[in-house]
Ligand binder design. Structure first.
Ligand SMILES: C[S@@+](CC[C@H](N)C(=O)[O-])C[C@H]1O[C@@H](n2cnc3c(N)ncnc32)[C@H](O)[C@@H]1O
Length: 191
Protein backbone atom coordinates (compact mmCIF):
# COMPACT_ATOMS: atom_id res chain seq x y z
CA UNK A 1 0.00 0.00 0.00
CA UNK A 2 1.39 3.48 -0.81
CA UNK A 3 2.09 5.67 2.21
CA UNK A 4 -0.38 8.39 3.27
CA UNK A 5 0.16 11.97 2.04
CA UNK A 6 1.82 13.29 5.22
CA UNK A 7 4.15 10.34 5.17
CA UNK A 8 5.01 10.74 1.49
CA UNK A 9 5.75 14.44 2.10
CA UNK A 10 8.01 13.66 5.06
CA UNK A 11 9.89 10.79 3.38
CA UNK A 12 10.56 12.82 0.22
CA UNK A 13 11.70 15.96 2.10
CA UNK A 14 15.23 17.34 2.45
CA UNK A 15 14.68 17.40 6.21
CA UNK A 16 14.16 13.62 6.23
CA UNK A 17 17.15 13.11 3.92
CA UNK A 18 19.30 15.05 6.42
CA UNK A 19 17.88 13.12 9.40
CA UNK A 20 18.60 9.79 7.82
CA UNK A 21 22.06 10.84 6.56
CA UNK A 22 23.20 12.41 9.84
CA UNK A 23 21.38 10.34 12.46
CA UNK A 24 19.75 7.14 11.24
CA UNK A 25 22.42 5.74 8.91
CA UNK A 26 25.37 6.46 11.24
CA UNK A 27 23.49 4.73 14.07
CA UNK A 28 22.23 1.78 11.99
CA UNK A 29 25.48 1.08 10.14
CA UNK A 30 28.09 1.92 12.77
CA UNK A 31 30.76 -0.79 12.52
CA UNK A 32 28.93 -2.73 9.77
CA UNK A 33 31.01 -3.84 6.78
CA UNK A 34 28.61 -3.69 3.82
CA UNK A 35 30.92 -5.33 1.30
CA UNK A 36 30.64 -4.76 -2.46
CA UNK A 37 27.16 -6.01 -3.41
CA UNK A 38 24.47 -4.38 -1.32
CA UNK A 39 20.70 -4.76 -1.41
CA UNK A 40 18.47 -2.12 0.16
CA UNK A 41 14.87 -3.15 0.69
CA UNK A 42 12.12 -0.53 0.97
CA UNK A 43 14.15 2.49 -0.19
CA UNK A 44 11.10 4.78 -0.50
CA UNK A 45 12.17 8.10 -2.03
CA UNK A 46 15.84 7.23 -1.69
CA UNK A 47 16.92 9.11 1.44
CA UNK A 48 19.31 6.27 2.32
CA UNK A 49 19.95 5.12 -1.21
CA UNK A 50 21.48 8.49 -2.15
CA UNK A 51 24.05 8.05 0.64
CA UNK A 52 24.70 4.37 -0.06
CA UNK A 53 25.40 4.88 -3.80
CA UNK A 54 28.47 6.90 -2.83
CA UNK A 55 29.65 4.28 -0.33
CA UNK A 56 29.34 0.93 -2.06
CA UNK A 57 30.44 -0.36 -5.47
CA UNK A 58 27.13 -2.02 -6.43
CA UNK A 59 23.72 -1.18 -5.02
CA UNK A 60 20.37 -2.83 -5.75
CA UNK A 61 17.13 -1.39 -4.37
CA UNK A 62 13.82 -3.25 -4.11
CA UNK A 63 10.72 -1.09 -3.67
CA UNK A 64 7.19 -2.53 -3.58
CA UNK A 65 5.34 0.64 -4.61
CA UNK A 66 5.41 0.97 -8.40
CA UNK A 67 5.21 4.76 -8.60
CA UNK A 68 7.99 5.18 -6.04
CA UNK A 69 10.14 2.57 -7.80
CA UNK A 70 9.75 4.43 -11.13
CA UNK A 71 10.68 7.71 -9.46
CA UNK A 72 13.79 6.12 -7.95
CA UNK A 73 14.72 4.54 -11.26
CA UNK A 74 14.44 7.97 -12.96
CA UNK A 75 16.64 9.64 -10.33
CA UNK A 76 19.17 6.95 -9.47
CA UNK A 77 18.82 4.29 -12.18
CA UNK A 78 22.21 5.19 -13.66
CA UNK A 79 23.97 4.43 -10.35
CA UNK A 80 21.83 1.71 -8.75
CA UNK A 81 19.73 -1.19 -9.97
CA UNK A 82 16.16 -0.38 -8.97
CA UNK A 83 13.57 -3.16 -8.95
CA UNK A 84 9.83 -2.85 -8.49
CA UNK A 85 9.34 -5.94 -6.34
CA UNK A 86 8.28 -7.26 -2.96
CA UNK A 87 11.02 -7.90 -0.39
CA UNK A 88 8.98 -10.83 0.95
CA UNK A 89 9.29 -12.53 -2.45
CA UNK A 90 12.55 -11.31 -3.97
CA UNK A 91 13.03 -11.90 -7.71
CA UNK A 92 16.76 -12.32 -7.08
CA UNK A 93 19.02 -15.38 -7.06
CA UNK A 94 20.13 -16.81 -3.75
CA UNK A 95 23.53 -15.94 -2.28
CA UNK A 96 24.02 -12.84 -4.43
CA UNK A 97 24.67 -10.04 -1.89
CA UNK A 98 27.30 -9.25 0.75
CA UNK A 99 24.75 -7.28 2.75
CA UNK A 100 21.04 -6.56 2.88
CA UNK A 101 19.93 -3.36 4.61
CA UNK A 102 16.64 -1.68 5.45
CA UNK A 103 15.82 1.52 7.28
CA UNK A 104 12.45 2.61 8.66
CA UNK A 105 10.65 0.10 6.43
CA UNK A 106 9.90 -3.07 8.41
CA UNK A 107 6.96 -1.44 10.22
CA UNK A 108 5.42 -0.89 6.75
CA UNK A 109 5.19 -4.61 6.15
CA UNK A 110 1.59 -5.27 7.15
CA UNK A 111 1.75 -8.62 8.96
CA UNK A 112 4.18 -10.47 11.20
CA UNK A 113 4.15 -13.42 8.78
CA UNK A 114 5.19 -11.15 5.90
CA UNK A 115 7.91 -9.54 8.02
CA UNK A 116 9.22 -13.05 8.76
CA UNK A 117 9.19 -13.77 5.01
CA UNK A 118 11.23 -10.58 4.46
CA UNK A 119 13.80 -11.91 6.97
CA UNK A 120 13.84 -15.31 5.22
CA UNK A 121 14.29 -13.68 1.81
CA UNK A 122 17.09 -11.45 3.10
CA UNK A 123 18.79 -14.59 4.41
CA UNK A 124 18.32 -16.42 1.08
CA UNK A 125 19.71 -13.48 -0.92
CA UNK A 126 22.86 -13.20 1.21
CA UNK A 127 26.15 -14.93 0.52
CA UNK A 128 27.54 -17.08 3.35
CA UNK A 129 28.91 -14.69 5.98
CA UNK A 130 26.76 -11.82 4.64
CA UNK A 131 25.21 -9.22 6.93
CA UNK A 132 21.59 -8.17 7.38
CA UNK A 133 21.44 -4.78 9.14
CA UNK A 134 19.11 -1.88 9.61
CA UNK A 135 16.93 0.12 11.91
CA UNK A 136 13.32 0.84 12.61
CA UNK A 137 11.10 3.03 14.73
CA UNK A 138 9.32 2.42 18.01
CA UNK A 139 5.77 3.54 18.61
CA UNK A 140 4.99 6.99 20.06
CA UNK A 141 2.03 9.37 19.89
CA UNK A 142 3.55 11.37 17.00
CA UNK A 143 4.50 8.19 15.16
CA UNK A 144 0.95 6.82 15.45
CA UNK A 145 -0.42 10.16 14.20
CA UNK A 146 1.84 10.06 11.15
CA UNK A 147 0.55 6.59 10.36
CA UNK A 148 -3.18 7.35 10.40
CA UNK A 149 -4.72 5.47 7.44
CA UNK A 150 -1.33 3.94 6.76
CA UNK A 151 0.41 0.65 7.54
CA UNK A 152 2.04 0.60 10.99
CA UNK A 153 3.20 -2.78 12.23
CA UNK A 154 5.92 -1.87 14.73
CA UNK A 155 8.34 -4.62 15.73
CA UNK A 156 9.18 -5.55 19.30
CA UNK A 157 13.01 -5.34 19.54
CA UNK A 158 12.95 -7.99 22.30
CA UNK A 159 11.45 -10.51 19.88
CA UNK A 160 13.78 -9.75 16.99
CA UNK A 161 16.68 -12.07 17.92
CA UNK A 162 14.32 -15.07 18.02
CA UNK A 163 12.61 -14.11 14.76
CA UNK A 164 15.94 -13.58 12.99
CA UNK A 165 17.25 -16.89 14.32
CA UNK A 166 14.13 -18.59 12.94
CA UNK A 167 15.03 -17.12 9.52
CA UNK A 168 18.49 -18.69 9.82
CA UNK A 169 20.56 -15.76 11.08
CA UNK A 170 23.22 -15.86 13.80
CA UNK A 171 25.24 -13.36 15.87
CA UNK A 172 22.21 -11.06 16.18
CA UNK A 173 22.59 -7.78 18.04
CA UNK A 174 19.63 -5.47 18.67
CA UNK A 175 20.14 -2.10 20.38
CA UNK A 176 17.75 0.71 21.20
CA UNK A 177 18.69 4.30 20.37
CA UNK A 178 19.24 6.40 23.50
CA UNK A 179 16.45 8.75 22.35
CA UNK A 180 13.97 5.87 22.67
CA UNK A 181 12.70 6.54 19.14
CA UNK A 182 14.03 3.42 17.49
CA UNK A 183 16.42 0.49 17.41
CA UNK A 184 19.09 -1.02 15.19
CA UNK A 185 19.82 -4.65 14.42
CA UNK A 186 22.58 -6.58 12.72
CA UNK A 187 23.00 -10.33 12.18
CA UNK A 188 24.89 -12.69 9.92
CA UNK A 189 24.30 -15.64 7.63
CA UNK A 190 26.53 -18.58 8.61
CA UNK A 191 29.76 -18.98 6.59
C1 LIG B 1 8.55 4.69 5.59
S1 LIG B 1 9.18 4.28 4.00
C2 LIG B 1 10.92 4.40 4.32
C3 LIG B 1 11.68 4.60 3.07
C4 LIG B 1 13.20 4.72 3.25
N1 LIG B 1 13.78 3.48 3.74
C5 LIG B 1 13.57 5.87 4.14
O1 LIG B 1 14.06 5.63 5.26
O2 LIG B 1 13.37 7.01 3.72
C6 LIG B 1 8.91 2.52 3.81
C7 LIG B 1 9.10 2.06 2.36
O3 LIG B 1 9.12 0.63 2.34
C8 LIG B 1 8.40 0.20 1.20
N2 LIG B 1 7.98 -1.18 1.42
C9 LIG B 1 7.02 -1.64 2.28
N3 LIG B 1 6.88 -2.95 2.19
C10 LIG B 1 7.78 -3.38 1.25
C11 LIG B 1 8.10 -4.65 0.70
N4 LIG B 1 7.46 -5.74 1.09
N5 LIG B 1 9.06 -4.72 -0.24
C12 LIG B 1 9.73 -3.60 -0.64
N6 LIG B 1 9.44 -2.36 -0.17
C13 LIG B 1 8.48 -2.25 0.76
C14 LIG B 1 7.25 1.19 1.12
O4 LIG B 1 6.62 1.19 -0.15
C15 LIG B 1 7.97 2.49 1.42
O5 LIG B 1 8.52 3.07 0.27
Amino acid sequence: MPMNLAHRKLCSSEKWARTTRELILPFALDGVDLGDDVLEIGPGYGANLRVLVDRVPRLTAVEVDGKTARLLEGRWGDRARVLHADASDLPLPEASFDSVVCFTMLHHVPTRALQDRVFAEAHRALRPGGVFAGSDSLSSFGFRLLHLFDTMNVLDPEELPGRLAAAGFQDTKVERHTSGSGFRFRCRKAR
